[in-house]
Design a protein around this ligand. Structure first.
Ligand SMILES: C[S@@+](CC[C@H](N)C(=O)[O-])C[C@H]1O[C@@H](n2cnc3c(N)ncnc32)[C@H](O)[C@@H]1O
Length: 537
């Protein structure tokens, strides 16, 4: 691999005696990994269920997983593994992610019930990890300013079965203006020059030459400044990059410490066997320290770097910061109650004529923490809703017959014909560009409700009145995933208890115990409702 001279010279001067060991890693295989999706199952359960019969998405039958020490559910995979080709990938049972990229979300200390923002989120690796930490409670706003990239982000949130996430396509300043200091946890996985990914992807070398360290540092400065405005008093912010340069790492954090005296670095103490290296305030030139007092500058030693010659991962940097609680106030921790959802969804938004007249308040002043702003839910579009034509009734009728085991929690939101389930904690989105303003449940057309793929992916097999339960080794499983019509034995269509069920209609097709999508059963044929973009290719 041909490394740029400028990069080599900088690394040699930073690493000194370690430089040879570092450069030697470029002749070694890159590390690769995947993370079992804790929203669906844990690593132990995955291994128990699938390893022995060779149906696991990684490793040969009987192979014991090689866990990534810093990531719940994370495992190293080998060159021979092809997890992206396995049906379990399509079912959202795992996310393929470089091992060191699993560190930041793990360090952010997310707990069920938190309000979490993933500010630079596409394609969504860390968002899916944060969602697993939330365990379906609280709120995840997952954002990226690149419209094209939010498509993959939205799909990955849906595939992972994230029911409490919304996907936005906004600049950080717009989010800061809309939400204010609303979030308990903010992740800034910043765009960077990608020095840590050269071994994973040689194209990154060309990107590095194109997007200079200096240009990336300027982007990071703007993003981080807005990100800090979004953190609630007592809340935490995790800044990460996949690059080594102090100008994109320690310098970014030093600037934040200088601009925001209410933020401190939380020292990251990892077990020595993880091989993480401390941040290096001494790598900053005097003019890059913003005149910080010595003890504040020293806080940078509490940040961490993943070096490939020290740890089993590619390059990464992570800094955890905490915003001091306001004097006399409690820290900004939201703790949501357990999922006790019922069928009494609140009414749908007012018809547009009323909504248009309602003032859309600025988020900061109108939605204090813990309170719903007055404008909540007023953004419904489409024709006015009459009592007989209430899309909520169509959804309820569908759910009662099709999903007797489903216990959703949240608020209904309508956009045109589409119905979404929003986390209760979500304030009014106002004019923000929400690519997914909640979990897309489906469309309430004039005559009926049609469930979405996203809804299927967030369900449990037992939720459905009718399900077809296949195994990943079955021909029918592959045929379904390729979009073909199936002709199962009538006895294969089962109810919530797994016993043959006599009904007809929407049927949840499950593979290895997890939903893959919808079909429609007429007693003889199961019509395939899997959208083309979700098929196995
Ligand atoms: C390192 S990638 C994020 C990877 C992602 N966190 C994951 O784990 O899959 C950085 C992302 O930042 C986005 N980005 C760049 N500038 C941004 C900005 N001003 N605001 C929000 N996102 C931005 C890029 O589009 C890119 O998707």
């Amino acid at each position: 691999m041909r490394l740029p001279d400028k990069f080599k010279n900088t690394m040699r001067s930073l690493l000194e005696g370690e430089a040879d060991a570092f450069f030697a890693t470029y002749a070694q295989p890159r590390t690769a990994g995947l993370r079992i999706n804790g929203l669906k199952l844990g690593l132990t359960e995955y291994e128990e269920r699938f390893r022995d019969d060779g149906r696991a998405g990684f490793g040969s039958a009987g192979r014991t997983a090689d866990p990534i020490p810093w990531a719940a559910g994370g495992v190293y995979i080998g060159e021979e593994d092809r997890p992206g080709k396995h049906l379990h990938y399509y079912l959202g049972l795992y996310y393929i992610q470089e091992p060191s990229a699993m560190l930041p979300a793990e360090l952010l200390d997310v707990r069920p019930g938190h309000r979490v923002l993933d500010l630079c989120a596409a394609p969504g690796g860390k968002s899916t990890q944060l969602a697993a930490k939330l365990a379906g409670r609280g709120l995840l706003v997952t954002n990226d300013n690149a419209a094209e990239r939010t498509k993959a982000l939205a799909k990955n949130t849906e595939r992972a079965g994230m029911a409490n996430a919304i996907v936005t396509n906004e600049e950080p300043a717009a989010l800061a203006a809309a939400f204010g200091d609303f979030f308990d946890r903010v992740l800034v996985d910043a765009p960077c020059s990608g020095e840590g990914m050269f071994r994973k992807d040689e194209d990154m070398i060309r990107e590095w030459e194109r997007h200079s360290v200096e240009r990336c540092a300027a982007m990071q400065e703007a993003i981080l400044r807005e990100a800090a405005k979004l953190v609630a008093p007592g809340g935490k912010l995790l800044y990460s990059t996949c690059t080594f340069s102090p100008k994109e790492n320690e310098l970014s954090v030093a600037r934040l410490l200088s601009e925001r005296p209410d933020f401190d670095v939380v020292p990251l103490e990892a077990p020595p066997e993880w091989g993480l290296a401390p941040g290096r305030p001494d790598w900053l030139a005097a003019e890059d320290t913003f005149g910080l007092p010595e003890e504040r500058l020293a806080q940078l030693a509490g940040t961490v770097r993943v070096w490939p010659h020290r740890a089993r991962g590619e390059g990464h940097y992570a800094a955890l910061l905490v915003r001091r609680p306001e004097p006399g106030a409690e820290a900004g921790e939201s703790v949501a109650p357990a999922n006790d959802g019922d069928w009494q969804f609140p009414p749908l938004p007012a018809p547009p004529a009323i909504a248009a007249a309602a003032k859309r308040p600025g988020r900061g002043e109108a939605s204090p923490r813990g309170k719903k702003p007055a404008g909540k839910g007023t953004a419904g579009k489409g024709p006015a809703t009459s009592a007989e034509d209430d899309p909520r009734d169509k959804l309820l009728a569908f759910a009662k017959t099709t999903l007797p085991g489903w216990r959703p929690r949240g608020t209904l939101y309508r956009r045109g014909e589409q119905l979404y389930l929003q986390p209760e904690e979500l304030p009014d989105l106002g004019r923000l560009n929400a690519v997914r303003p909640g979990l897309l449940l489906g469309s309430a057309t004039k005559h009926r409700f049609e469930p979405s793929q996203a809804l299927a992916m967030g369900l449990r097999m037992e939720d459905a009145a009718l399900s077809l339960r296949l195994r990943s080794g079955d021909g029918d499983a592959l045929r379904y995933m390729k979009g073909e019509t199936l002709q199962p034995e009538p006895a294969a269509i089962v109810g919530t208890d797994g016993e043959p069920a006599p009904g007809r209609g929407w049927t949840l097709v499950c593979i290895d115990g997890f939903p893959a999508g919808w079909g429609r059963w007429d007693g003889t044929i199961l019509k395939n409702e899997l959208l083309p973009g979700w098929r196995w290719i």
